[in-house]
Design a protein around this ligand. Structure first.
Ligand code: FAD
Length: 388
């Protein structure tokens, strides 16, 4: 049996960000990350689209973006190791939410909240949209909000940068799988591994992404986080389009420029939950392409070059993450999961928040109490409004 101050279950972007910020806040903190697959073949992070935006309605999500996006922009220095910069390929391409007449009021209210939190969020009516994005078909579209300081990065690069930085700060990564969490009535005591080894720890962090529910069940904690498959596509068109931001609409069509083409998809909210990585090669042609070609006729001639699948760690209660400990039950068992499609962009802020809880016993920089486990226990959803 080895012993550590903190054992982190899952070494994806969330676990690695928690590890980095723990070492930033307390160099003496002895941290181990348990990750069964150092290639991250099925982890969500490397399969993500890389988008990072401030367009949310919940102030907590806006605040997490306001910290995380500049952090990602500066990741070269923030996550440099021995003077060698990290490479995350940040592009400040902006984000654009577009809505029909039925959603104008909620979009306006959300833009007001964002602006009140210091976000540069430009309101565009139909004329404004046409002037900025002349290739867009405005049929059914009444308004949009453009946040030019948002953008996207290489999610795999960001994960590897966090992992490399964590290791350089003394965090241990163990190639193993957690098969049990030792606990008594008041506290988690450590984790048991597939190899047969055990690790004793003062704190256990559940950062297992789409597998987080399984880890929570090991201590009897009900966690409504389910794997939700979605497809991401890389596609190209021979037709010219003005430079586009990351475009999202209320039907969950979302895409952005990538190299000579575009990367994006359309989430199926009715998708059966489960660990399914099969690719439906007809999805693009049946669903995504018609939606794209309707909104931007230049995509009539587009060709899908590649499709891959990945899992959202979907919080079925309200689509927002669970960030915090199991207060009043196992105070030293922490969850950072359920980001429902926002996890890459919020990893820096969420990692720092869990590190603050462990080192200082409270959230110090962003008050994330409303995203804690309490709302799950109370069955009190705290969803985004008008943001998909
Ligand atoms: C197609 C797609 C597009 C996306 N686009 C975006 C986007 O544009 N912007 C954005 O912010 N987010 C996006 N996301 C969401 C984002 O990818 C996730 O929210 C984020 O990667 C979650 O990080 P994580 O570290 O919690 O999970 P993961 O990266 O999945 O890491 C969890 C780790 O836990 C490990 N694990 C599992 N079980 C165990 C166990 N028993 N013991 C130890 N370890 C275990 C796994 O091996 C895995 O490596 C997208 C997701 C998908 C699928």
């Amino acid at each position: 049996m080895t012993r550590h101050d903190v054992a982190i279950v899952g070494g994806g972007i969330m676990g690695s960000a928690v590890a980095c910020f723990l070492k930033r806040l307390s160099r003496a903190c002895d941290v181990v990350v348990i990750e069964p697959d150092r290639t991250y073949a099925f982890a969500s992070t490397p399969r993500a689209s890389g988008g990072a935006r401030r367009q949310f309605s919940c102030p907590e999500n806006i605040a997490m973006s306001t910290f995380s996006i500049p952090f990602i922009e500066r990741a070269g220095e923030e996550l440099a190791v021995d003077g060698e910069p990290a490479h995350v390929d940040w592009r400040q391409g902006g984000y654009l939410f577009i809505v029909g007449p039925g959603h104008v009021d909620i979009l306006r209210a959300n833009a007001d909240v964002q602006q009140a939190h210091g976000v540069l969020a430009d309101w565009l009516d139909a004329d404004g949209l046409h002037a900025r994005f002349p290739s867009m078909n405005l049929d059914g579209i009444a308004a949009g909000v453009h946040t030019p300081e948002d953008g996207w990065c290489d999610p795999s690069g960001l994960l590897q940068a966090f992992r490399r930085k964590a290791r350089s700060l003394g965090v241990a990564y163990r190639d193993d799988r957690v098969v049990g969490v030792d606990h008594d009535a008041r506290a988690a005591r450590g984790v048991r591994l597939q190899s047969g080894a055990s690790i004793a720890a003062d704190h256990v962090v559940n950062a297992a992404g789409a597998w987080a529910k399984e880890i929570a069940a090991m201590v009897g904690m009900p966690l409504p986080v389910e794997p939700l498959r979605r497809f991401e596509h890389y596609f190209e068109t021979p037709n010219a389009i003005e430079p586009l931001p990351y475009v999202k609409d209320m039907a969950r069509l979302a895409f952005r420029p990538e190299g000579r083409g575009y990367s994006g998809g359309l989430v199926d909210r009715d998708e059966a939950r489960g660990f399914n990585f099969d690719v439906d090669h007809g999805w693009f042609e049946r669903v995504v392409w018609p939606a794209l070609a309707h909104r931007f006729p230049a995509f009539e001639a587009c060709r899908c070059e590649r499709t891959w699948s990945g899992l959202y760690e979907q919080n079925e209660l309200d689509g927002n993450p669970v960030i915090g400990n199991w207060a009043g039950r196992l105070d030293n068992f922490h969850v950072v999961a359920g980001f429902s499609g926002h996890g890459m962009m919020h990893a820096p802020a969420a990692g720092r928040a869990i590190a603050e809880l462990i080192v200082h016993g409270r959230f110090e920089t962003i008050d994330l109490a409303r995203l804690s486990y309490r709302r799950i226990a109370d069955n009190a959803p705290y969803p985004e409004r008008g943001i998909v």
